[in-house]
Ligand binder design. Structure first.
Ligand code: GRG
Length: 296
């Protein structure tokens, strides 16, 4: 199976699991409709695929981690819904369709995002997971979700993203802080969840974390490059948003070519952290390399 087929198969797995998970919420009519519209058919499912792939590399199976992979996609989708709102980036298009607030209104979009974040915690804290994982591993993962999505992660990064947009000048340190927090946090959460539930040692968990931070920063740089160079028809979302919102990005600081070079360097540095494990995490390196093709 080549990488594209692999990614497609894993996307299908995540899509089916998410569909089954949101089915019981149907009673909440408008909310279910807004949540379901935001989640399905969905995007690339990168974060859940990274989680499944990492866990599979460790345990040679993936079934028991699927709910956690769906939970991370719910967190990610919540962040996109809120990020698109008129009071934030004010975007009209996402994943090839009108944004959630364009269809359901800002009030429902806000609530759908809130509901998805809470739902993620409901899913990962289900006591049924105790049949597969230890109490301490599960508690650690719930804590990781809290840290990665909160002040020291996603929300903290987004706050700095907004603050930096109003600053007169931007520097590399500020941009790195934003990209590590708002984007690498969730990518790191995907790998760390797999590592913790897969029972890897401290050193291996650190290597997975180091890889994921470098890759996460690169993934955001790629997103910023595409925002400057691609089109809504190709990307399925609004472009030119960063310039419009005066975002602090490496594209703004070093130009498109400079940012491309950086995206490549971050991926290569990240892959280097996996080298002590030979081919064990080859799939992660392949996925990281594959994302660079978007800016070739
Ligand atoms: C300010 C109220 C308020 C909310 C903001 C926390 C938050 C909500 C946003 C976090 C920042 C954010 C949206 C980062 C996005 C990073 C990113 C690269 C998104 C695109 O990811 P892809 O390409 O998307 O994986 P798909 O659609 O494929 O899932």
């Amino acid at each position: 199976m080549n990488l594209e087929e692999y990614l497609k198969e894993k996307r299908g797995l995540i899509d089916s699991a998410i569909t089954a998970m949101i089915e019981p919420l149907k009673g909440s009519s408008v909310l279910h409709a807004a949540v379901s519209y935001s989640l399905m058919p969905g995007g690339k499912r990168l974060r859940p695929i990274l989680m499944l792939s990492t866990y599979h590399a460790i345990k040679d199976k993936e079934e028991s981690i699927i709910p956690f992979a769906c939970a991370i996609e719910m967190v990610h989708t919540y962040s996109l819904i809120h990020d698109d709102l008129p009071i934030v980036d004010n975007s009209d298009l996402r994943r090839g369709r009108p944004t959630t607030h364009k269809v359901y209104g800002s009030d429902m979009a806000l609530l759908a995002g809130d509901a998805l974040l809470s739902f993620a915690f409901e899913i990962i804290s289900n006591r049924l997971h105790l049949e597969k994982f230890s109490e301490s591993a599960l508690l650690a993962v719930i804590h990781e979700f809290g840290v990665a999505t909160g002040i020291r992660g996603l929300v903290g990064g987004q706050v700095m993203d907004i603050v930096a947009g109003n600053m007169d000048s931007i520097d590399e340190e500020t941009i790195l802080y934003i990209e590590e927090k708002k984007t690498a946090s969730l990518i790191s959460l995907a790998l760390r969840t797999a590592g913790i539930l897969g029972g890897v040692g401290e050193e291996e968990l650190k290597a997975l974390t180091d890889f994921s931070i470098e890759f996460g920063v690169s993934y955001q740089i790629i997103d910023d490059i595409l925002d400057a160079t691609s089109s809504p028809e190709v990307l399925g979302k609004d472009t030119g948003q960063d310039e419009k919102n005066r975002k602090a990005t490496f594209v703004a600081l070093y130009g498109v070519d400079g940012a491309k070079k950086m995206a490549n360097e971050f991926v290569q540095k990240g892959i280097g952290f996996l080298s002590p494990f030979d081919d064990k995490y080859k799939i992660l390196a392949e996925i990281a390399e594959y994302t660079l093709q978007r800016i070739k």
